[in-house]
Design a protein around this ligand. Structure first.
Ligand code: FAD
Length: 330
């Protein structure tokens, strides 16, 4: 392991396109590789990977390996692990970075266990210090951050969605794309995906929206989410999100929960209505460029995090606020 070199990013693709998380990781990893003066490789696992290799080079990779096989169409840990075991054996990376996505959350600890090394999950920042990867991640439910490193090689980390900044894609970047064939051992495949149900999203997804209007327990029920919050989201061409209680109470689908156990968002504008601002909620929206809070409790924690705040009952504040925004954008 002493001769291990370079960074290996585990990229993700869907429907022949590189997912944004991969460009975010490559953007962050490019700086680390330059600092190490070692190569930045990327492996993309899936089926019908098309031009994803070229896209990964344009996003910063030096060499991209495409494990493109019909049997790898859906994420399944026993097949993806076989690809990763071969990749680690042949490429001998010093550092492996995945996204803190459904795939990365499952694959990183399994790979670390198999290799007898550690995995630092849900990192907010990655840096190099003394030739080693330093991983900053939230601890104590998002109330503090801690920096981890490890002696074992390869060092494995997952990077949180939106924590990395993609490079401006450069189609002229020099790089190589190569096929990475793996003879999958069928006897190791213990499960298969029978059906994939696409999440129905009307309008823009909260993780992609430039403006998010979040509602909390203080909304009092499901109606304001489809009326007052949706009206404001429509004017701002944004999306409606929620804290955990509205999801737990089935006022809104779980897919719009923001926070530690929900989605991570980093919009230009986050308007939090009737949300107290718990650390678990804030850990999902602290990347927002501007937070605006509407809450009737002047002591609510959200006001410590917000750039602008209105103390008052949302039933009074929100209609006037929405009317003003409508006037300004029309
Ligand atoms: C392991 C774990 C994971 C968790 N993960 C998440 C997560 O991912 N996301 C998440 O959000 N939470 C999460 N939680 C829950 C979290 O601890 C809080 O309980 C939750 O965020 C509180 O949601 P809230 O702010 O909507 O509700 P509350 O804390 O009850 O706050 C409601 C707010 O609404 C205000 N309000 C009430 N009526 C009005 C009104 N008419 N007008 C204006 N303001 C009003 C109140 O003043 C209050 O501040 C998690 C908890 C644990 C233990």
């Amino acid at each position: 392991m002493a001769d291990n070199k370079g960074i290996l990013v585990v990229g993700e693709a869907a429907e022949g396109k590189l997912l944004p998380i991969t460009a975010e990781i490559l953007g962050a990893a490019r700086k680390l590789a330059d600092e190490l003066k070692e190569p930045l490789n990327c492996i993309i696992i899936g089926a019908g990977l098309g031009d994803t290799g070229k896209a990964a080079v344009a996003a910063g990779a030096d060499k991209v390996f495409l494990a493109d096989d019909a049997q790898l169409k859906d994420y399944e840990n026993s097949t993806y692990m076989q690809v990763m075991e071969k990749a680690v054996a042949e490429l001998a990376p010093k550092v492996i970075i995945m996204g803190q996505t459904a795939n990365g959350r499952d694959l990183a600890p399994r790979l670390a266990f198999k290799l007898g090394v550690s995995a630092v999950m849900d990192c907010l920042e990655l840096a190099i210090d003394g030739g080693k990867l330093q991983c900053t991640r939230p601890v104590y439910g998002g109330n503090a951050k801690a920096i981890f490193t490890s002696e074992a090689v390869p060092q494995i980390a997952t990077l949180r969605v939106k924590a990395g900044t993609p490079l401006v894609p450069d189609a002229g970047r020099a790089g190589e794309v190569a096929a990475f064939a793996v003879a999958l051992d069928a006897s190791r495949i213990k499960a298969k995906v029978l059906e994939t149900i696409k999440e129905e999203v009307a309008g823009v997804k909260i993780e992609d929206a430039a403006s998010v209007i979040g509602g909390g327990r203080g909304m009092g029920g499901p109606e304001p989410f489809t009326k007052e919050l949706a009206d404001l989201a429509k004017i701002l061409k944004g999306a409606v999100g929620a804290s955990r209680p509205p999801c737990d109470n089935k006022w809104v689908p779980d897919s719009i929960q923001i926070g530690l156990t929900g989605k991570i968002i980093a919009p230009e504008l986050y308007i939090a209505v009737g949300i107290s601002g718990s650390s678990q909620h804030m850990s999902g929206c602290s990347g927002a460029k501007c937070i605006v809070a509407i809450n009737k409790d002047p002591e609510a924690n959200i006001f410590k995090e917000a750039r602008f705040g209105v103390v008052g009952d949302w039933k009074v504040v929100l209609p006037a606020f929405t009317a003003k925004v409508k006037e300004l954008v029309s």
